[in-house]
Write a protein that binds this ligand. Structure first.
Ligand SMILES: [Zn+2]
Length: 195
């Protein structure tokens, strides 16, 4: 997958090509996505306190809205991941509460220790499985690695989308009637596909 930097102007004016950002096929629709980002080093501040990190993250968070071209197959690219993250977390929470209820019921029973081991082990396993799921979702998702007032860099976009965007920009620059071309640094990197 590739990496692309879009200007704030391109996002605001909806100047992205009609190519699905995920698979490179012709786009059927635009999906409005409000991206937000803060510098990753903010997480180090967790060592100084979660509240400190949260406040600094809030101050430094940058946002940009993108109307992302998507095909019908990928129009739920973000919403599907959010939905499954919440659903699986909900299931885990219900199981966790069920486990605590069972532990309370067997508190004075003869099998207390084996129940406790089973439920605690199950809880740790469930939480780990959920974290792995979230990491997989994150690693295959189109997401920002930088947002400033003027531009946004997105990763995991399809190379075909990047190529179409480059073509559009080149066509704009060739057109003499157009205002000065948007000369923004634009990088592209191809690595292995993940989906
Ligand atoms: Zn697609």
């Amino acid at each position: 997958m590739a990496k692309v930097t879009l200007t704030e102007y391109e996002c605001r004016k909806n100047l992205l090509p009609d190519v699905c950002m995920k698979c490179g096929e012709p786009a059927d629709t635009r999906v409005k996505r409000n991206f937000s980002w803060y510098p990753p080093w903010v997480m180090v501040l967790v060592l100084a306190g979660v509240l400190v990190a949260a406040i600094v993250a809030l101050i430094l968070t940058k946002k940009m809205s993108v109307r992302a071209p998507m095909c019908d197959l990928h129009k739920d690219h973000w919403s599907k991941r959010t939905m499954w993250t919440l659903i699986t977390f909900g299931i885990l929470a219900v199981l966790g509460i069920g486990g605590i209820v069972i532990l309370g019921a067997v508190e004075n029973g003869p099998n207390k220790d084996s129940f406790t081991g089973l439920i605690c082990g199950g809880g740790v396993f469930g939480l780990l499985a959920w974290l792995i799921l979230v990491v997989i979702f994150q690693s295959t998702m189109i997401k920002p690695t930088l947002i400033t007032d003027k531009k946004i860099t997105l990763v995991k976009v399809h190379p075909e989308f990047v190529r179409a965007l480059e073509d559009d920009r080149a066509a704009d620059e060739d057109d003499d009637d157009q205002p000065p071309p948007r000369k923004k640094k634009f990088d592209r990197r191809d690595d292995d596909d993940d989906e």
